[in-house]
Design a protein around this ligand. Structure first.
Ligand code: GLN
Length: 490
């Protein structure tokens, strides 16, 4: 039974048509993960009992002849900053090592309402701050294409488990690139929807004006399938877009011939030769489909990293102030008074990167510096949004590489600024709230995968998926499986 090779839609079909029970499917993927994940460390937790119970209940539902949901029988993994009621949500931090979530995230609810089965929680950089999954308090995740390499981050665990086929779908969160960069590094599809398209209720906040939940899959059809479930309006998130989910599955099939793709040539030419070569080959695959290219100016993108690290750290310092040793998670035992309780709990609970971001965020918001940094960054953000709008007046989507480098060796990137530059190609979409996807586009010299990024205007999610769908079909690398994991569990 080579179930691991199937897409989520094909797995659902096996269940719905009665060829396999939900219990058989879930058991298969859990056994596979238990057998192989010791090499990858993509999962922080596998919900064997919970998942099997849900699967058995779904089998009963099917026997009763009830209508089956859009994700019926499909195993799903969640990044461990997304809550499941009564289960631990660690954010890969010692601070929340034993923190039990009191409610379900809206995405958790939506998945379970549509009969998807959540099989586990995945590793991340602590509080989603990082680009390599090395900053997890519980040890790093390995890239399934080369175990000495990072899978990218921060949603590295979610990317790795889909790449190694331990689950056909996982969810990540993308604040500056954390879905797209790891998708590119692990040879899978990763989608960051328009800001507000997917509810953030129950996602532990990092940078609230940037954070967006989105899926990892092996094919664009599966992104379309799960976006019909995730992209629903939510009353518990004030930034949720109050429009019904689109019919992505039928939208992606429509032709892209005659459409226009914007190419920011100025930005592309600043990339390394290897990245440029791969991008040019990918672009040719798109133009072969009858798509026209136009040059677009997104030159303000050069400020994106600076804007992001001012605004996201400001938001993070505010969001993380709730972790004070009193209300959530860790409480230092050594504290003798309230000030010490805050100090000791935070010193013991947070890792170095998180502390650095809190300090930076507090600095840019402090009275003397707010105008110089925080407000100036907000102004540049507005200019960037306007520049994107101008660009989209001349094209349907914009294409660019997903990452400025290929996957890199674990612990080889010691310079924090180099790590921050990992998101040079992705952060613009977060700053402007745009939908953007990474689709596999071939391989680098180190034999690790690379991705093509397609960015759309706000609410242009289905347009982005449509380009990605046709590109993937024509790419020649659709559905490649890392050789190390292209085998059954026996
Ligand atoms: N790498 C970026 C950071 O470290 C983005 C992280 C993310 O998208 N969650 O902040």
């Amino acid at each position: 039974m080579t179930l691991y090779k199937l897409t989520a839609a094909q797995i659902r079909e096996k269940f719905v048509s009665g060829k396999l029970s939900a219990e058989e499917i879930v058991r298969y993927f859990i056994e596979r993960a238990k057998k192989f994940d010791s090499q990858v460390h993509g999962f922080l937790k596998i919900y064997e009992d919970r998942a099997l119970e849900k699967a058995q209940a779904l089998d009963e539902k099917k026997k009763r002849g009830e209508k089956l949901g859009l994700l019926a029988g499909v195993p799903v993994a969640l990044k461990d900053n997304i809550q499941i009621k009564n289960e631990i949500t660690t954010c890969a931090s010692k601070f929340l090592e034993n923190y039990i979530a009191p409610f379900d995230a809206s995405v958790t609810n939506n998945i379970e309402k549509e009969d998807g089965i959540i099989i586990g929680k995945t590793n991340l950089d602590e509080f989603a701050m990082g680009a390599s999954c090395e900053y997890s308090a519980f040890g790093p995740t390995h890239n399934p294409w080369n175990l000495d390499y990072t899978p990218g981050g921060s949603s590295g665990g979610s990317a790795a488990v889909v790449s190694a086929r331990f689950a056909p779908i996982s969810l990540g969160s993308d604040t500056g690139g954390s879905i797209r960069q790891p998708a590119s590094f692990t040879g899978i599809v990763g989608f960051k929807p328009t800001f507000g398209r997917v509810s953030r209720n129950g996602l532990v906040a990092f940078g609230s004006s940037f954070d967006q939940i989105g899926p990892f899959t092996n094919c664009v059809e599966d992104v379309a399938m799960i976006m019909e479930v995730l992209g629903r309006p939510c009353q518990n998130d004030s930034t949720s877009i109050q429009e019904p989910a689109e019919n992505y599955l039928s939208a992606i099939k429509q032709s892209i011939t005659g459409k226009k793709v914007g190419v920011p040539w100025g930005f592309i030419q600043a990339q390394s030769e290897e990245i440029q070569t791969n991008f040019n080959q990918a672009l040719k695959k798109l133009t072969d489909l009858g798509v026209e290219t136009v040059d677009v100016d997104i030159s303000l993108q050069k400020y994106a990293i600076a804007v992001y690290y001012i605004l996201s750290t400001a938001e993070a310092s505010t969001n993380l102030s709730r972790f004070d040793g009193v209300r959530f998670g860790k409480r230092a035992k050594s504290a003798k008074n309230l000030t010490e309780l805050y100090n000791h709990s935070r010193c013991e609970g947070f890792g170095a990167e998180v502390k650095k971001r809190i300090l930076l965020g507090t600095f840019v918001l402090s009275a003397g510096y707010q105008d110089a940094y925080y407000r100036k960054a907000q102004k540049v953000r507005t200019l960037m949004i306007e520049q994107y709008k101008k660009a989209f007046a001349t094209c349907d989507v914009i294409a660019l590489p997903t990452t400025p480098t290929t996957a890199f060796e674990m612990f080889s990137m010691q310079d924090p600024f180099k790590m921050y530059l990992q998101d040079a190609c992705t952060i613009g979409a977060n700053v402007a709230g745009l939908p953007a996807i990474s689709v596999p586009s071939g391989y680098a010299e180190n034999k690790c995968p690379l991705g093509l990024q397609i960015v759309g205007p706000q609410m242009g999610d289905s347009e982005v998926l449509r380009f990605a769908y046709h590109f993937q079909k024509n790419s020649g690398v659709a559905g490649d499986i890392p050789p190390l994991f292209d085998k059954e569990e026996k």
